[in-house]
Design a protein around this ligand. Structure first.
Ligand code: S3P
Length: 158
């Protein structure tokens, strides 16, 4: 049986770092939805947002995740922070694999994002960013497991 693991959570929570670490330690293929979209379009996320808009980007995220559901292999995937905040997506992922919400404390996320110049939505005002973070919890809470820091994953995946 293939093991598909999806790391979900807000931008700046450390999903990609965690997914890479798990991938290295368990020798599982690693995927990152943002990287897959950048590769497919030949553009970076900022340019996709500014050229085609957020709606188009969300559709691409949905397509990329849908493609991953059907892969006949085990893997670990870091999902873009907003990719699972669309109707049904968390349900899809939970049906085929394991979802882990990396629930990094807000203060850490806020600090990391305050230095960020590459993520379009990290440029929101502090108030709007926190509202987005609070609003997205309802999606992340659907994850099959929740961890607060990277070292906790080991008890969940083996
Ligand atoms: C986004 C998160 C980013 C990236 C894009 C939009 C979001 O991914 O997909 O900038 O809406 O939260 P990370 O969560 O990997 O930063």
């Amino acid at each position: 049986m293939h093991q598909k693991v999806f790391i979900v959570g807000f931008m700046g929570s450390g999903k990609t770092t965690l997914a890479r670490q798990i991938s290295d330690e368990l020798s599982m293929p690693f995927y990152d939805t943002d990287q897959m979209i950048e590769k497919a379009t030949g553009m970076n996320i900022q340019d996709i947002f500014s050229t085609w808009g957020e709606k188009y980007f969300r559709r691409m995220e949905r397509d990329v995740l849908y493609g991953l559901l059907h892969r006949q292999e085990s893997f670990i995937c870091s999902t873009g922070g907003g990719s699972v905040c669309q109707p049904d997506i968390m349900d899809w992922l939970n049906r085929v694999g394991q979802t882990i919400w990396l629930d990094t404390p807000w203060e850490i996320i806020q600090n990391r994002l305050s230095f960020d110049t590459t993520r379009p939505l990290a440029q929101l005002s502090e108030i709007d960013l926190k509202l987005l973070w609070a609003d997205r919890k309802k999606f992340y809470q659907k994850a099959s497991a929740r961890i607060e820091n990277e070292s906790e994953w080991i008890t969940l995946i083996q």
